[in-house]
Write a protein that binds this ligand. Sequence first.
Ligand code: SF4
Length: 100
Amino acid sequence: MSGGTYQNIPRDEIPWYPTIDSNLCLNDNVCIDFCSNDVFRIDDINTVVANPYNCVVGCSSCGTQCPSGAITFPDKRELIEVLRTLRAKYSQQRNVESAR
Ligand code: SF4
């Protein structure tokens, strides 16, 4: 899924993905088993966010599954603002390209 787009915005420009607090993480694989998008992996013995841009924009369901509260996400209000800015940027670009 990385390299894709979300609402015509390159996915890797959207700062939405989980962060794991390694001090809280139990390495119990709950998030790996829960998420089918290959976001999480085990790196040696630690669970890591291996493919952040595979995360579905706006989804934070794995955070509610984590028994130790180790997973956090950005603020959804900030996401809305970022998406508004990026939508304007990419719709302007499309307009310029279609006027050529
Ligand atoms: S569910 Fe939480 S505690 Fe378990 S591996 Fe994932 S981040 Fe770590």
